[in-house]
Design a protein around this ligand. Structure first.
Ligand SMILES: NC(=O)C1=CN([C@@H]2O[C@H](COP(=O)(O)OP(=O)(O)OC[C@H]3O[C@@H](n4cnc5c(N)ncnc54)[C@H](OP(=O)(O)O)[C@@H]3O)[C@@H](O)[C@H]2O)C=CC1
Ligand SMILES: N[C@@H](CC=O)C(=O)O
Ligand code: NA
Length: 429
């Protein structure tokens, strides 16, 4: 007897998944045992790129999660509600779940995984982080014997695509965003991509797996790429860096009982392995003991790549359903229940790049140095290379400093009469 799927959503990811399942020859033989039994959409009239019997497609999503014939629910509709309620209802009905929905998992993961453990079903989410890159399963299985201390990722395809084209072609932010939307990379509301929120959801999920504790999303610091300008891209290039939106989770340097979990555009040294990850590609660098460094690289968004991850999760569940055991597999289920302690961003120890526009007068660099010195901020380099109209442009790169102290120094600097503005402040890896 085949395994019956109920699929919620037939957009970019749903269509890619159906295409993959309908083209099973030459792939894993278990795929041929899967039946696309029901598919839920919003509109029946929309033209579709896949052919399915009309009786399979419905707008009644509740009827899918309540259908006793459905073995596995595949949630690829996105959004918070009704996705959350439908997932919970499917779990209550004893169905395993595959989801690509990082937004729902990052917010409702505790509720969803608790319900799944109680019901004895699995919730699989490989597609939720890094699109097609296998990273969830390695963290849950192959890497789980390591003590991980840092996860650093480029985990949003849309912003990496935008930054890459801004850097290589000097393109305009809004034109490139439109291309990312056309290519199916961006979220329904691309604000989630551009403002770092999608990457925030993803690093919360990665941190919970890597550090074995639940993460409250409100503790994740998120900054997006809106403020990244062509001027900063040019300075980064001159100084030997590229700008990447990084999602980072690590043990806090000065208090290892706490984690630092954050997303922000970052100056990445050109020699760093993440500096060469371009376009829609994602990469996740995991560092731990005893493995050292391991990096996962691949397409982070798009129909085919994400369908690969969704379908591999379906396959794992088909295999679990076919095994004759009812005992839960601890490598598939979620095992942590405690919340990790997250340090506020003010406690972060990092280097900074800051760009100042100042009056063109003698002694400004000295005044900046004095303010930084007053707050224990040590400067790695300070250069005045150009002008913006009448104003001199001064660029500072610091050594490692506690963010709170750096911000105090900036507050003092802002009060100097010679300072016009501080157009950019970016962290340096
Ligand atoms: N696109 C990507 O590259 C990736 C996406 N994801 C995640 O996958 C999920 C799906 O994304 P994507 O495929 O891009 O989204 P799309 O917007 O392309 O597709 C969403 C699908 O869900 C259906 N749908 C949405 N809301 C409802 C509703 N209330 N009732 C009925 N049907 C509904 C839509 O129906 P209709 O077609 O009728 O409008 C559509 O078929 C999201 O959680 C996203 O974050 C994860 C990794 C990569
Ligand atoms: N919008 C997301 C899609 C994949 O998760 C991205 O751009 O990475
Ligand atoms: Na993945």
């Amino acid at each position: 007897m085949g395994v019956k799927l109920g699929i919620l959503g037939l957009g970019t990811v749903g269509t890619g998944t159906v295409q993959l399942l309908q083209d099973a020859v030459g792939r894993h033989p278990l795929l041929q045992e899967i039946e696309i039994y029901r598919v839920g959409v919003r509109s029946l009239d929309k033209p579709r790129e896949v052919q399915l019997p009309s009786a399979v497609i419905t707008t009644d999503l509740e009827s899918i999660v309540n259908d006793p014939e459905v073995d596995i629910l595949v949630e690829v509709m996105g959004g918070l509600e009704p996705a959350r309620s439908l997932i919970l209802q499917a779990i209550k009905n004893g169905k395993h779940v595959v989801t690509a929905n990082k937004a729902a998992i990052a917010r409702f993961g505790a509720e969803i995984f608790t319900a799944a453990n109680e019901a004895g079903v699995y919730v699989m989410l490989e597609a939720a982080v890094g699109g097609g890159i296998p990273v969830i399963q390695p963290l849950k299985q192959a890497l789980s014997v390591n003590r991980i201390h840092t996860v650093t990722g480029i985990v949003n395809g849309t912003t990496n695509y935008i930054l890459t084209r801004m850097q290589t072609e000097g393109s305009d932010f809004s034109d490139v965003l439109a291309d990312a939307q056309r290519l199916g990379y961006a979220e329904a509301d691309p604000t989630a991509d551009v403002d770092g929120l999608d990457a925030g959801d993803k690093i919360a999920i990665l941190a919970s797996l890597a550090f074995d504790g639940r993460i409250k999303l409100e503790d994740v610091y998120c900054e997006g790429i809106r403020q990244v300008s062509q001027t900063d891209i040019a300075y980064a290039e001159k100084l030997g860096y590229v700008i990447k939106l990084l999602a980072i989770a690590n043990n806090q340097a000065n208090d290892t009982s706490k984690l630092s979990v954050r997303v922000h555009p970052t100056f990445v040294p050109k020699a760093h392995p993440l500096a060469s990850i371009n376009g829609v590609y994602n990469a996740i660098l995991v560092e731990g003991e005893p493995i050292g460094q391991v990096m996962f690289f691949g397409p982070g968004a798009g129909a085919g790549a994400t369908a690969s991850a969704v379908t591999s999760d379906i396959l794992s569940l088909v295999a679990a359903l076919k095994s004759n055991t009812t005992a839960p597999n601890p490598l598939l289920s979620c095992r942590h229940e405690e919340y990790s302690q997250i340090a506020p961003i003010s406690e972060l120890l990092t280097r900074f790049y800051a760009r100042f526009l100042t009056k063109d007068q003698a002694g400004v660099i000295g005044q900046l140095g004095t303010c930084f010195g007053n707050h224990g901020v040590s400067i790695e380099s300070i250069v005045q290379t150009g002008f913006q109209g009448e104003l001199a442009e001064i660029v500072v790169v610091t050594h490692d400093v506690r963010e709170g102290e750096f911000r105090q120094a900036l507050a003092e600097i802002k009060s100097l009469s010679a300072i016009d503005s501080i157009p950019s402040i970016l962290r340096v890896l």
